[in-house]
Design a protein around this ligand. Structure first.
Ligand code: PSU
Ligand code: MN
Length: 289
């Protein structure tokens, strides 16, 4: 199985596109050879795997919260509805034995974090949760170099998929190097499997899968929007968990459809690759039993 997060649907993609994309992401996991399980909390109940009505509720209701790990008990205890982030999806996936997870971009160290302390809980959870996360790097609105340093400190291995250039979400190359390269889904699964056998720590694995260069957002447009988006946050005093959704929304409304196109393409590519890795991982597990 492959776990899928729901924050990307409820808070990362525009209404009107999110439901269709949610279904396409699930289909991409199946095309990769695995079973998708989109995770969310609906009316105080944790769901691992959503039927079409549940997916629709999540993508169209107005009162869907954004739930990181610390919010899960609150939402369940108070009977609320919310979408799960990379952090909370990984935690719940691990809890039910799902080892592979697909998303768009990982949360990370925000620019200016040395002043604001804004570091996504995604990183801390990955340090102690042995799931492999397929992503297109970290969101390019972040401090990419700081995030890579932090992942090293937390002992989370980072594998570039068929590249040593760490991807930059909308950009195929963030300008920073990935420490390792794997060239196939089987190789990524072998790393996860070896980590289980070694049992030296319980961190996750980042598998960074870039958009092809001819599918990335124009870097000039990208850099301009990042600068303008960050200035908008400052002006409007946005902070905490609203930062990421507001920046993504800024991109989607100011890039003439380009950021949305790239975002959808990279998530679908990650979901497919995650499906392939999960299938290879299960094969390795059963061969070694
Ligand atoms: N990647 C996307 N879209 C998103 C996110 C990631 O393509 O909406 C979400 C993920 O759920 C991630 C979260 O865990 O943003 C990080 O939020 P924060 O920076 O507040 O930790
Ligand atoms: Mn944050």
């Amino acid at each position: 199985m492959v776990a899928l997060e729901s924050t990307i649907l409820a808070h990362g993609l525009p209404r009107g596109d999110n439901l269709r994309v949610g279904r396409e992401i699930e289909a991409a996991v199946r095309a990769g050879g695995a079973v998708p399980a989109t995770i969310a909390v609906l009316d105080g109940q944790v769901h691992v795997g959503l039927d079409d009505a549940a997916l629709e509720q999540l993508c169209t209701s107005d009162d869907v919260l954004k739930l990181s790990v610390r919010d899960l008990g609150v939402a369940v205890g108070l009977g609320l509805t919310g979408a799960t982030t990379v952090a909370s999806t990984s935690a719940l996936a691990h809890r039910v034995g799902i080892r592979v997870f697909a998303t768009g971009g990982l949360g990370g160290v925000h620019r200016g974090a040395s002043q604001t302390f804004d570091v996504s809980a995604d990183l801390g959870v990955l340090a102690s949760t042995p799931v492999l996360v397929v992503c297109a790097g970290v969101k390019s609105i972040l401090d990419v170099s700081g995030t890579l340093e932090y992942l090293e400190t937390l002992s989370v291995p980072v594998l570039g998929y068929r590249t040593l250039a760490f991807p930059g979400f909308y950009l195929s190359d963030s300008g920073y190097a990935a420490p390792w390269q794997v060239d196939s889904a089987a190789a990524a699964a072998a790393v996860l499997h070896a980590r289980d056998r070694l049992a030296t720590d319980s961190a996750g694995v980042v598998l960074a899968n870039p958009l092809p260069a001819d599918r990335q957002v124009d870097p000039e447009l990208h850099d301009r929007l990042v600068a303008q988006g960050l200035a908008m946050l400052e002006r409007e005093g946005v902070h905490g968990k609203d930062v990421t959704p507001r920046l993504l929304e800024y991109f989607h409304t100011h890039s003439g459809g380009e950021s949305l196109r790239a975002n959808v393409e990279l998530v679908l590519s990650n979901a497919r690759l995650a499906g392939e890795v999960a299938a290879e991982f299960v094969a390795l597990q059963s061969a070694s039993q």
